[in-house]
Design a binder for this molecule. Sequence first.
Ligand SMILES: NC(=O)c1ccc[n+]([C@@H]2O[C@H](COP(=O)([O-])OP(=O)(O)OC[C@H]3O[C@@H](n4cnc5c(N)ncnc54)[C@H](O)[C@@H]3O)[C@@H](O)[C@H]2O)c1
Length: 430
Amino acid sequence: MKISIIGTGYVGLTTGACLAERGHAVLCVDQDREKIALLRRGKMPIFEPGLESLVKGNVRAGRLSFGTSNKDAVAHGKVIFMCVATPPRPDGSADLSAIEAVARDIAGHLKEFRLVAEKSTVPVATGSRVKDVISKYRPQHVDFEVASNPEFLREGCAIEDTMNPDRIVIGVESKRAETILREVYKPFKAPVLVTDIMSAELIKHASNAFLAMKISFANAVGQICELAGANVVEVTRGVGMDRRIGPGFLNAGIGYGGSCFPKDVAAFEAISRELGYDFSLLREVQRVNEKARDLFVKKVERELWIVKDKTIAALGLSFKANTDDIRESVAIKIIRMLVEKGAKVRAYDPQALAKARASMNTIAYCRSPYEAARGADAALVLTDWEEFRALDFGRLKKVMAHPTILDGRNLLDPGKMRELGFTYRSIGRP
Ligand SMILES: NC(=O)c1ccc[n+]([C@@H]2O[C@H](COP(=O)([O-])OP(=O)(O)OC[C@H]3O[C@@H](n4cnc5c(N)ncnc54)[C@H](O)[C@@H]3O)[C@@H](O)[C@H]2O)c1
């Protein structure tokens, strides 16, 4: 089927490449000309494992192409996926201006029937707004439909998640829209859940809010463990073995970040309030999350006493492993807090150096963890990269001024670290 993607970011590019891989003819467009120029030269604007070869293979096979014109997107695809960003506004509600702009653009270029599917994460009832906008600005004789098809991929394993999703949620108003979207996903082996549009929109917000809640819950339990002298890793392992709960998203640490959880929890809270329900539980999820990073900074201060003029190695900048995405990265937030207190931070990340450098110029960027640790009074593990688990700790210790590691991700083995002669602190572990 001919499919168009408007918004070629993390979601749009991954979705486009995976749909092409499954045999569809996909046109990905974006208003960012530089991004499209890069892609046309075979260069990836983001780091995502497996993405480059998938994109290149499908471009070569003639199933995937790139453009900058929404008009071309409307002409090409029978289905048009909206994959533009929906960032937070200062009050937490979702900024839907890109969605509205794209809806107006689509309407202006409609010549024959199109199914417009929201893949961006949007508050409940956005679909009916999109429908109103397209109805208003389209040539009146042209038919169209709106659908919701929320995306659940995780950055870092986006290809695997898109190729083998847990479920495909399709929110539609008609059999026709359902049939078209079922055809799109026919080559994917995954259960398809068909709902109305608003329920599909809510499934996404509720899922992300629930996952964020699990993380905050684990962080609160981590604090209890720390106060009582228990081990949060063992506690959450025991809790997660209960099939009703499941083991995922129960790691205590410095809290969740990234472009989705913080904004989606805030947007879900905001739309609930707008609808007349005080979802105070979500505010507590946010509060516990913010507290997790404050407590970690306090831990650093407890260890170093005075942070001012101390050299601190930051291992990790991306918001999680296997991505270069630094949006709402807790690592960056913690680094900023320490810089504010006068620390000299030397940072290393396997993929996110370029993006971090472009957004923060108050720290030193290093090409290896050992270079970052040179002369450091403490090294902080801020992102859960596997690379940090496999460091040459003997070498690390040698280059540091003082062998102290504060592990914000509970990535390393406390016993082993002490054996190696490090002062080692982590979250909720004795
Ligand atoms: N990143 C994730 O892990 C993830 C997962 C699931 C859902 N989502 C949701 O998907 C949506 C997109 O997220 P993302 O991370 O891919 O964002 P992104 O910022 O990486 O990509 C959005 C793209 O849309 C483009 N764009 C904006 N306005 C446009 C317009 N009018 N016409 C054409 N292009 C336009 C931007 O230039 C950008 O390249 C968001 O709603 C997000 O919440 C993201």
